[in-house]
Every structure is written in structure tokens, then in C-alpha cells.
Design a protein around this ligand. Structure first.
Ligand code: YSA
Length: 354
């Protein structure tokens, strides 16, 4: 016996197995090659005792390998043939598997709705970076370093290792705390008149509770022109809420403070649950507005002259209004959602309700 006989026999088994069409043919081949009595491989193994010690040393391992490889080939072929059988056995009358269909997150829905409403009022939609410089997030918005107003925005400051940022002149970077920096970025690049909204993600380093998250969304608004007034703001915003809540809705403007506007305002809408009465039809207390009849929905005001100057405009020639609303707050009011953390819980029982 020579080693080439073994190689040839393996080759032959391999070819025969490739041609095997069914389990019956496979079984016949198994008997022919691996059969205990007269199998071709077995016959070769049986010759081993008659060989010289020298021959046995080379042929023994070669025959072992042949046997092992041939058995592996038989197993593979058996798998191939039974797989093919399984395929043929598919029951086409069985009902199909239901593939769950995804849908939009409630925040995406509300954001899209807000975009549509403002687009219909001739506003453009603009976006800006989430990693922002201290200049755009604070300084240019009339919030100088060490000014107590900075405490209104608890900030995530970013560490940076780049050489540029280790130099003295390099600006500190942060995760933007509001969408207002995009006001400056846009004004630097565009000439008035214009009206824009800026939807986007913002970040604050603060404790979470039912109405506060570390990561949330805002929609900024800015309208600038020669004669833009608070009356224009009141009209735009009343129209916006009317379209968003699909009914006439009273709004209330209260004096407030933001460094980048003068005067600054807080905007309330009449509670959408109790209609501004503070009490429900059944006489029970309205929990949405905590019986006040009003819901606080956004900060706003007339753009401060310092902000126009920081953007390179002449404040004596222009006027503008700006506002910033919390997207989650609007969605919570619209869908009567009691806790902001539900939006980010990843709980499908919550998401599937919208
Ligand atoms: C004010 C005047 C303007 O002319 C333009 C914009 C603004 C808004 C200002 N930039 C701002 O950020 N004001 S704010 O701190 O009061 O936030 C605005 C809204 O964001 C809030 O009314 C609230 O709805 C939402 N908000 C604030 N902190 C939040 C939050 N939502 C969720 N989690 C938080 N931690």
C-alpha cells in the first residue's frame, strides 16, 4: 500500500458523496467505504498488522486521517441532504411571522409638527452644532464670564487635549445649554429681514426629575427686521399654539429676565386640560396646571442691542423678537404625559401609545 492510494481513495469518496442525491444513496456509500466488514477504508486499515514497523509508522497516521476525514465528509453530506429535505418540506399554508413595524417617537412627531407650522408661516428651519464655544453659548448672548446669569445654565464643559486648545487664546468648549447660540451664528451669516426656527438637542448638568432631564430638546425662534415688534411676536405665537393644539387658545405674557432680550418674557398658554379654569368638568382639581389655569411654555423677548452688536448688526437700525421653548414640555402638554423621563426610558409600552 502507498500513500497515494490513500489520497486517491479520499478523492473518490469525496466525488461520490458530492453526487449523492438522497439518504439512501448516502447509506450505500457509507457501507461501501466505511462498512465494518468490507468497507474500502476498513480493508486498508485491516492490512496494517501485516506491514513492517517502518511502514506502519507512516501508513498508520495516514489511515487514521483518512478515516476521520471520510467520516466528516459523510456528516456534512448528511446535513446537506437533510437540509434540502427540510426546505422542500416548508408548509406554505402556515400563517406568516408578524414583523413589528416601527413608528415615530412622540418627540419626533411633535418636532415635525412644529417645523410644519412655522414653515407654513414662512419661517426657515436652521440647525447648529451641539458642541459649542463659550463665545456663542454665553458671551455673544450678553452673558459675560463671572456674571451670575450664567448660573441659569448648568453647563457640561468639555476637556480637550488638542494642541490648539491648550494655547492661551483657545476657547473653552461645552455642550450647548440652549439653542440660542444659533441666533448669533445665523445673524453673522445672513442679512435681515428673516425669520427662523432652530430645533435642536441641548444639555444641562442638573438633577433629573419629572420635568427636568440632562439631555432635552428646544426650539428657538428668531425674527429680525426694521419694524419687528412685540405685537408681531404675540400674533405669531398665538397662531402657532392655535395650530399646534388645534383650537383657539389664550396666551399670557409675563415679565421675565434673560440677558439676551430686553424686555424679557415668559409665555403661558391657557391650560389645555381644564381650559384655563383650574378645575375639571367633574369639579376635580386640574393636575396639569396645578389649578393655576396656565401652563408655562417658553421664554422670549425683544433681542437685546448687545446681541445685535455681537453679531455685527447696528442695533439702531433693527429690531427683533426671539423665543425658546422646551420640546418635551410641549409634548407633555399635548399628550398629557406626566414625567419627562418616560421619553428616554426606551420602554416600548410607552412608545407604542403614540
Ligand atoms: C429665552 C428668550 C429668548 O429670546 C430666546 C430663548 C429663550 C430661552 C432660553 N435660551 C432658555 O434656555 N430658557 S430656559 O432655561 O428657561 O429653557 C427654556 C425651556 O427649556 C424651558 O421653558 C423648559 O421647557 C425647557 N427646559 C429647561 N431646562 C430643562 C428643560 N426641559 C427639560 N429638562 C430641563 N432640564
Amino acid at each position: 500500500m502507498k500513500k497515494t492510494d490513500i489520497t486517491q481513495l479520499y478523492q473518490e469518496i469525496s466525488e461520490q458523496l458530492s453526487a449523492a442525491k438522497d439518504a439512501q444513496a448516502l447509506e450505500a456509500l457509507r457501507v461501501r467505504y466505511l462498512g465494518r466488514k468490507d468497507g474500502e477504508v476498513t480493508k486498508l486499515v485491516k492490512q496494517l498488522p501485516q506491514m513492517s514497523v517502518e511502514e506502519r509508522r507512516t501508513m498508520g497516521p495516514a489511515l487514521n486521517t483518512l478515516k476521520r476525514d471520510a467520516e466528516a465528509l459523510f456528516s456534512e453530506t448528511l446535513e446537506r441532504l437533510s437540509g434540502a429535505k427540510k426546505k422542500r418540506a416548508i408548509d406554505v399554508t402556515m400563517p406568516g411571522k408578524k414583523i413589528p413595524v416601527g413608528h415615530l417617537h412622540p418627540l419626533t412627531r411633535v418636532e415635525r409638527e412644529i417645523r410644519e407650522i412655522f414653515l407654513a408661516m414662512n419661517f426657515s428651519v436652521v440647525e447648529g452644532p451641539e458642541v459649542e464655544s463659550e463665545h456663542y453659548n454665553f458671551d455673544a448672548l450678553n452673558i459675560p464670564k463671572d456674571h451670575p446669569a450664567r448660573d441659569m445654565w448648568d453647563t457640561f464643559w468639555l476637556k480637550t487635549n488638542s494642541k490648539e486648545h491648550q494655547t492661551k487664546r483657545a476657547e473653552r468648549l461645552l455642550l450647548r445649554t440652549h439653542t440660542s447660540p444659533v441666533q448669533i451664528r445665523y445673524m453673522e451669516q445672513h442679512k435681515p429681514p428673516f425669520q427662523i426656527i432652530v430645533p435642536g438637542r441641548v444639555f444641562r448638568y442638573e438633577a433629573t426629575d419629572a420635568s427636568h432631564e440632562v439631555n432635552f430638546y428646544q426650539v428657538e425662534g428668531l425674527m429680525v427686521g426694521k419694524d419687528v415688534s412685540l405685537a408681531n411676536f404675540k400674533f405669531v405665537i398665538t397662531e402657532f399654539f392655535k395650530r399646534l393644539f388645534k383650537k383657539d387658545i389664550a396666551i399670557r405674557l409675563r415679565p421675565s429676565y434673560f440677558p439676551f432680550v430686553e424686555p424679557g418674557l415668559e409665555v403661558d398658554v391657557a391650560c389645555v386640560k381644564c381650559g384655563g379654569k383650574g378645575r375639571l368638568r367633574d369639579g376635580g382639581a386640574c393636575t396639569l396646571c396645578k389649578e393655576s389655569g396656565w401652563l408655562e411654555v417658553m421664554g422670549a423677548g425683544m433681542v437685546h442691542p448687545h446681541v445685535f452688536e455681537a453679531a455685527g448688526y447696528n442695533p439702531r437700525e433693527l429690531q427683533g423678537f426671539a423665543f425658546g421653548l422646551g420640546l418635551e414640555r410641549i409634548a407633555m402638554i399635548k399628550y398629557n404625559i406626566p414625567d419627562i423621563r418616560l421619553f428616554y426610558s426606551g420602554d416600548l409600552r410607552f412608545i407604542k401609545q403614540f
